[in-house]
Ligand binder design. Structure first.
Ligand SMILES: [Fe+2]
Length: 454
């Protein structure tokens, strides 16, 4: 895995094809940027300092101006390491410093996983730490932000809930007891943020994502246990700090957002999930669409940037009163990174039906638009060893039908060792992209991104 070669301020990019007139805004993506520091490699990509890539499209119709930028998340920890000229965090630090970090409960806030937009502000997220605020114009790091209520951690997967005019996220607190804290970030009004409540867990887990409807949060807690003491002391390899215990099963936790103390919980047979597409209420029942893995093998794959293809798109129907969960497979393609049309996130009355995915097929990563209603998957093939990122979808207009617009993905071309942002017209999803915005060089792998409309 190669580190970011250099930082790049916003710089004009070479464009191939024709950018749509309606597409004006900035695609921002986050991922691990520094796989080594002072000659010492990271043990797992999750430990790497974050890099943010951006492609900004501005200008009048017919005359788009396209600029790209590559920036590191300049955390306090990274600044301190650079000032001292040696690694001070994680398994690369020497042991007295690790002990000192653990006593002070200090970690490096790498911001290497995802981005969140809230009230015109931009934040880089990593699940072990609070958000890191970035300047959306320059991607300069402003600093850690607790937004008045967030404790030591905030997951990289907050979700928009349009029908509550808010974003709901969670953070895990490890200690004598492990707790999930639920936070709501309100689009308008004061206070801007609030903690909705917290739920205890029986043991410390790794929990990446959750699903939320306008009334309830849904956690499918897979049995991935974290050794907190070893993690604090950074003893052993990062990937050995988490272990999979299928015998413990998955705990299903349904939390009413306005009465978090009345959570329903029960256990089902084991599986693992990284990402949810979305969820909806159906009377007392809930339905969620997510990518289900039979086990935790994909975590090992992330160590060497070669995730195993094991995920299948499924729909789960949860009946809290009966303590029942039923799973239906929706498609037989191995996939990950499900994303929705953002206008259909957290709606009570308008269920989503279009899911964008990355399909992993015989070593290649293709882009997919899946229509849940018709059960049809359309593939935008990436041939020649091209590797595509998660799709970020941008609607053609406010009134366009669900899923009608542009799919944006960051793609690495091994033949030129350069990366580009590919713009696909979703009405002609299988066809050649309408435009490519070429970075002058390679952009390290990114996990998640978002579109900031102009
Ligand atoms: Fe993720």
């Amino acid at each position: 895995m190669k580190s970011l070669a250099r930082e790049l301020p916003f710089t004009p990019l070479e464009v191939e094809g024709r950018l749509p007139d309606g597409l004006r805004g900035t695609l921002v993506r986050a991922g691990p940027g520094l796989y080594e520091l002072f000659g010492k490699p990271v043990a797992h990509s999750f430990e790497a300092d974050g890099a943010i890539s951006a492609v900004r499209i501005s200008g009048p119709a017919g005359e788009p101006r396209v600029e790209g930028a590559l920036r590191l998340v300049e955390s306090d920890g990274l600044r301190e390491e650079r000032a001292k000229g040696r690694p001070l965090f994680g398994g690369r630090a020497w042991w007295p410093r690790r002990l000192w970090n653990s006593v002070r409960l200090v970690r490096k806030n790498t911001g290497n996983t995802a981005l969140m937009s809230f009230r015109e502000r931009l934040f880089a997220l990593v699940e072990s730490s609070p958000p890191t605020e970035l300047d959306p114009r320059t991607l300069d790091t402003i600093g850690e932000a607790h937004l008045d209520v967030i404790g030591k951690a905030f997951s990289a997967h907050p979700h928009r809930v349009i029908d509550r005019a808010s974003t709901i996220g969670f953070g895990l607190e490890y200690g004598p007891e492990t707790r999930i804290h639920l936070y709501e970030l309100l689009d308008r009004g004061t206070p801007a943020t609030r903690e909705l409540g917290s739920v205890p867990l029986p043991y410390p887990v790794m929990l990446h994502d959750f699903a939320v409807t306008p009334t309830r949060a849904l956690f499918l807690v897979s049995p991935v246990r974290i050794d907190i003491l070893r993690a604090l002391l950074a003893i052993g390899e990062f990937s050995r700090l988490v272990t999979y215990h299928p015998e413990l099963g998955v705990e299903v936790i349904v939390v009413p957002l306005d009465r978090p103390g009345e959570a329903t919980r029960f256990s089902v047979d084991p599986f693992f999930q990284w990402h949810f597409a979305g969820a909806r209420d159906d009377g007392d029942a809930l339905e969620t669409v997510f990518v289900r893995h039979p086990d935790f093998g994909t975590f090992e794959g992330l160590r060497n940037d070669a995730p195993r293809s094991t995920g299948l798109l499924v729909r789960a129907r949860i009946e809290p009163a009966a303590k029942r969960l039923a799973i239906e497979e929706l498609w037989d393609g191995h996939c990950e990174f499900p994303r929705l049309d953002p206008r259909f996130e957290g709606r009570a009355t308008t269920p989503f039906s279009q899911v964008f995915l990355v399909e992993e097929h015989e070593g290649a990563r293709h882009l997919v638009r899946h229509d849940l209603r018709r059960g049809v998957a359309r593939r935008h093939a990436l041939e020649g060893g091209l590797a595509g990122s998660e799709i970020v979808f941008v609607p053609r207009s406010a009134e366009a039908p669900e899923g009608d617009g542009w799919a944006l993905a960051l793609v690495h071309d091994p033949r030129t060792d350069r990366s580009h942002v590919r713009v696909i017209d979703t009405a002609r999803f299988e066809d050649a992209p309408v435009a490519l915005c070429h970075f002058p060089e390679w952009v390290p792998m990114t996990f998640h991104g978002l579109w900031l409309p102009a």
